[in-house]
Design a protein around this ligand. Structure first.
Ligand code: SF4
Ligand code: SF4
Length: 346
């Protein structure tokens, strides 16, 4: 790890280096005034004072619709109906100014998609390996952020190649991987006063994360004790099962696979799906193991806060607060998790 310094007026030079090797994406202000991920054309479009994007950047690694294989639909072709795997990403991509929580979310999903040889999703791995993650530390967390409660934080470094800390006219550039070190190799070392400023900013940002949630009782409880807790009868009631919380979430990763044909052409695609949908678990037999709204609501929280930590030692939430912000009926993730963690479950 090395700390370098970059004047913001020289960001263009860094972007030029990036652009020669990568397609560059960043959070940019759209016409409605929201900050969302888009292709970056000019450094003047960069936004430095945003809280976070409404939708997470997971689509760059896990697209909402992704072609996995192609086939042709011709009966006279001996290769007809033979699936051919889709080529991987043609050009490397860089996610510039990704928030530390969103980078950590992708790292958490590695435990699902490419943990070892038995779980090696080639589509996921291809894009993970061809993506550079240049993070931007959070200065002012939102009221709904609770990253520090879930093994993350405003300056969290895991999952990043570089962490940028905005020091006003300058950026502290912390290199965290070989790729990051190479990109920053021509920058000067950061002076001590810049390092101190960054350390102080980290302390202040962590202290500004007001929303907190405990997980210790969830961890020590048995799965069935939590699963059968009476709280689920109450908590699920206002939920509409609309699924918005799962689509904006950086760690939700359910998908559905379909074959589509048009004329002689066919493709196998996977699309984001949601555990909030009744159809997601509907079996061909007619049985549905999560047939009620309560089942589906409980699944979302149990999966993130009990099953994933139990199975992979990873919390399936990075505390970004997007689900709380987007829920049309104001269901607050910290309130539900707080109930799961109460000393007396009821
Ligand atoms: S956004 Fe709210 S209402 Fe919609 S599924 Fe999620 S918790 Fe339920
Ligand atoms: S569950 Fe909510 S707070 Fe946690 S990572 Fe997903 S959107 Fe963010």
């Amino acid at each position: 790890m090395q700390d370098k310094i970059l004047d913001k007026s020289e960001v263009d030079a860094l972007l030029e280096r990036l652009g020669s090797e990568y397609d560059v994406y960043a959070p940019l202000r759209d016409q409605q005034g929201s900050v969302e991920w888009a292709a970056l054309d000019s450094s003047s479009d960069l936004v430095w004072d945003f809280s976070n994007t409404g939708v997470s950047p997971k689509r760059f690694v896990f697209p909402q619709t992704e072609c996995m294989m192609r086939f042709n639909n011709r009966s006279d072709d001996p290769e007809g109906m033979i699936m051919k795997q889709e080529q991987g990403l043609q050009r490397q991509q860089a996610l510039l100014n990704i928030r530390p929580c969103d980078a950590k979310a992708l790292k958490a999903l590695d435990s699902i998609y490419c943990r070892d040889q038995t779980s090696n999703d080639v589509y996921w791995r291809d894009k993970r390996e061809k993506t550079l993650y240049v993070g931007l530390a959070c200065k002012s967390p939102c009221p709904t952020c609770f990253c520090t409660s879930v093994r993350c934080g405003p300056h969290y470094e895991e999952g990043l190649d570089i962490l940028l800390v905005d020091l006003g006219e300058r950026l502290l550039v912390r290199t965290l991987s070989e790729k990051g070190a190479e990109l920053a190799s021509n920058l000067s070392d950061a002076p001590d006063e810049a390092k101190q400023q960054a350390a102080q900013q980290k302390e202040e940002a962590e202290a500004a994360v007001r929303s907190q949630v405990g997980l210790e009782n969830i961890q020590s409880r048995g799965i069935m004790e939590l699963y059968e807790a009476p709280m689920w009868d109450r908590e699920h009631e206002s939920c509409l099962n609309c699924g918005v919380c799962t689509y904006v979430c950086p760690t939700c990763h359910c998908f559905d696979i379909q074959d589509e044909t048009q004329g002689e052409h066919g493709r196998r695609v996977r699309n984001w799906d949601t555990c909030m949908s009744w159809l997601f678990t509907y079996h061909t037999s007619g049985h549905n193991p999560r047939g009620t709204k309560k089942d589906r609501f409980r699944q979302r929280f149990m999966h993130k806060f009990k099953y994933m930590p139990y199975k992979f030692d990873v919390i399936g939430c990075v505390g970004c607060g997007r689900c709380t912000q987007s829920c049309p009926v104001n269901i607050d993730v910290t309130e539900v998790v707080g109930e799961m963690n109460e000393p007396d479950l009821n």
